[in-house]
Design a protein around this ligand. Structure first.
Ligand SMILES: [Zn+2]
Length: 211
């Protein structure tokens, strides 16, 4: 019975990570659904937007950006957008075009001319906490929104205005946060935890979770 022991040892050595790469728990992404991607791209084809499909990328650390697109023009300019899975980019586009546009007009009485984001793809664990599961950002499956610039220059930020003195800004942030919960699997804002005091996080991972 020497062989199984040798095998066990070899396996243990392999698992120990010969390359010495940082390991992130839960890094194995579920297999992507090619059909869902085709449907998603077809939906985008019906919208008056400009997107660029991106080549699939897989990283040694377990991160990936597959079935991803770059949003080039979706009605309102959004800063810092990188690779986004089509299945996340589509609800995000609709949130920008429909939700943000409508709520800005209804609550603030003027249009949003720019949306600021902290980005989409980032290969890191959840909340940047070492040893935590891979963030949906590591799969290009999430986006973080930090601020809205209105016509005339007023800038509404999640950090200053979520609990700030301007009731309209507070109402607007809560309205776009709440509406995002109908479009995304997971929505996190300042009421979720301190990590999200300065941005709204949207992702299409395991949900639903809305806070
Ligand atoms: Zn995030």
């Amino acid at each position: 019975m020497k062989c199984p022991l040798v095998l066990l040892l070899a396996t243990a050595l392999l698992l120990a990570g010969c390359g010495g790469r940082p390991k992130i728990r839960g890094a194995s992404a579920p297999p992507d659904d090619a059909r869902a991607y085709r449907q998603c791209m077809a939906e985008f084809g019906k919208l008056d937007v400009k997107i660029d499909p991106l080549p699939d990328r897989n990283f040694a650390s377990g991160c990936s950006a597959t079935h991803a697109v770059k949003l080039v023009a979706i009605g309102i300019p959004v800063t810092n957008l990188g690779a986004m899975k089509c299945m996340t980019a589509l609800p995000f586009t609709l949130w920008v075009r429909d939700t943000v546009t409508r709520q800005a007009q209804a609550i603030l009485g003027k249009p949003v001319v720019k949306i600021e984001s902290f980005g989409t793809f980032a290969c890191r664990p959840k909340n940047g906490v070492k040893g935590a599961d891979l963030s949906e950002h590591g799969r290009a499956n999430a986006v973080d929104i930090s601020a809205f610039v209105l016509q005339g220059g007023q800038r509404i930020t999640v950090l200053k205005d979520w609990n700030g003195p301007d009731p309209k800004a507070r109402a607007f942030l809560r309205a776009v946060h709440q509406a995002a919960c109908r479009r995304f699997s997971v929505v996190l804002g300042p009421d979720a935890n301190a990590y999200h005091r300065d941005h709204l996080h949207f992702d299409m991972g395991k949900g639903p979770y809305c806070r």
